[in-house]
Design a protein around this ligand. Structure first.
Ligand code: B4P
Length: 190
């Protein structure tokens, strides 16, 4: 399976990615997690990414694309993968097409989680209390929502046009959302 999990900031991509990847026996590749790991290790990539993440902006495409290309080339991703939070821009869609080929079978499905804007703010403010992430303040959350609307929402129509978009209701308990995703993807697998 080659899957993409998308949705607005705080929709639950990272939360669901773990379960979906385990279910299908494929690695979850989260650009947000890779950036955060680099930030905490103080690598050159981390120093560059932090400036953008803390402001609620996207990390530049050329930096993100190179990082994903290297990760997808690793052996564990050969049988399949779940991309969590990538692509997020039209330039990243094109780059991914170049990496995996743009044929009817290069991607199995793009799952897009839909969650009310108010619920998202609540979830992220709650996470701020638990994890203390620098990008979970109210101002930065608002900026992340704007950036998502401007740069990532157009991708929904791109993948709908290719006939591989599956919209899944991301409201409710975590396990309810997981069950909805599994039900939708089990249909794809058959
Ligand atoms: P990400 O790490 O992808 O983070 P996210 O959008 O904040 O969160 P996600 O949707 O994964 O939410 P989560 O499951 O944690 O990106 C962070 C930043 O990295 C971006 O802003 C950008 O700067 C940079 N970046 C990443 N990818 C990039 C790319 N491709 N290009 C450029 N820049 C990139 O859930 C949120 C909270 O809700 C958690 O606390 C969780 O416990 C809770 N939750 C989840 N599901 C719930 C449910 N059903 N009910 C109640 N709470 C729930």
């Amino acid at each position: 399976m080659r899957l993409i999990l998308m949705g607005p900031p705080g929709a639950g991509k990272g939360t669901q990615a773990k379960f979906v990847a385990e279910h299908f026996g494929i690695p979850a590749i989260s650009t947000g997690d890779i950036f955060r790991a680099n930030v905490s290790e103080g690598t050159e990539l981390g120093v560059e990414a932090k400036r953008f993440m803390d402001a609620g902006e996207y990390v530049p495409d050329e930096v993100t694309n190179k990082m994903v290309r290297n990760r997808i080339d690793e052996d564990d991703a050969k049988p399949g993968f779940l991309l969590d939070g990538y692509p997020r821009t039209l330039a990243q869609v094109e780059e991914l097409d170049g990496m995996i080929g743009f044929t009817g079978h290069s991607l199995d499905a793009v799952v897009c989680l839909t969650v009310d804007a108010d619920e998202i703010v609540q979830r992220l403010l709650q996470r701020a209390q638990v994890e203390g992430r620098a990008d979970d303040t109210e101002d930065v959350i608002r900026r992340r929502q704007e950036v998502y609307a401007e740069q990532t929402e157009p991708l929904i129509e791109v993948y709908r046009g290719r006939g591989i978009l599956i919209e899944v209701d991301g409201m409710g308990e975590v396990d309810e959302v997981t069950s909805r995703i599994f039900a939708a993807l089990d249909d794809v697998q058959q």
